[in-house]
Ligand binder design. Structure first.
Ligand code: 3PG
Length: 209
């Protein structure tokens, strides 16, 4: 399970977190992300169209598409049925973990404390989303939390922009960085796909440096 997610995120070490208000954006958005060099994307379950967006973006073929903001086992089921190949949650929920395991997809639960991380490890999950990374204390928090848990792998997300990518990715426990700055609902509303491609390419380049 863990290996699966590590392989997905190893591609560009960047996880674009997407909140997509309309399924009409899905095709051009997938094109822009793939053209910019992204290898995966997380579609949050925060909009009524999320399932359709996952389906359309997964059909694009150029990206490994997962679902984010998965809060319940039922959402996990719907996400995977729509084509999500991995699941991300802002917090730790045993039912979501169990459902992901049953469905055979990797899952990254959110953790913000050592206790939550211990729960995730106990449940057999070693790849976690450190959320919300910047408000929690950024790379200082990451270093302190990672130290007692060398087996844990982190995807810090929350308040991170391109300028902070290198600082996170420089830590050996960090698999990838997640963030919504690459494609915001505003970009999508305005049809700014060139800008999304540019921001993706910039982030991929910084992540590779
Ligand atoms: C998430 O759901 O992962 C976060 O909303 C993304 O955080 P960001 O918007 O601060 O990048």
């Amino acid at each position: 399970m863990t290996t699966g997610l590590a392989a997905v995120l190893a591609g560009s070490r960047l996880l674009p977190v997407l909140t997509v208000p309309s399924v009409a954006s899905a095709g051009p958005l997938a094109d822009a992300l793939a053209a910019g060099g992204a290898r995966c994307a997380e579609v949050t379950f925060r909009t009524p169209d999320a399932e359709q967006v996952v389906k359309a973006m997964a059909a694009h073929g150029g990206l490994t598409v997962g679902a984010g903001t998965v809060l319940t086992a039922e959402q996990a089921e719907r996400a995977v049925a729509a084509g999500a190949r991995f699941l991300v949650s802002p917090g730790f929920d045993e039912e979501v973990i169990d459902k992901a395991r049953e469905l055979g997809v990797p899952v990254a639960p959110g953790v913000a404390t050592a206790t939550e991380l211990m729960r995730a490890l106990k449940a057999g999950v070693e790849t976690v989303k450190l959320f919300p990374a910047e408000p929690l204390g950024g790379t200082g928090m990451l270093r302190a939390l990672a130290a007692p848990f060398p087996q844990a792998r982190f995807v810090p997300t929350g308040g991170i922009g391109p300028g902070r990518l290198a600082a996170y990715l420089g830590h050996p426990s960090v698999l990838a960085v997640g963030g919504s700055w690459i494609a915001t609902p505003g970009h999508l509303e305005r049809g700014e796909y060139d800008e999304i491609r540019r921001l993706t390419a910039e982030a991929v380049e910084r992540a590779a440096a």
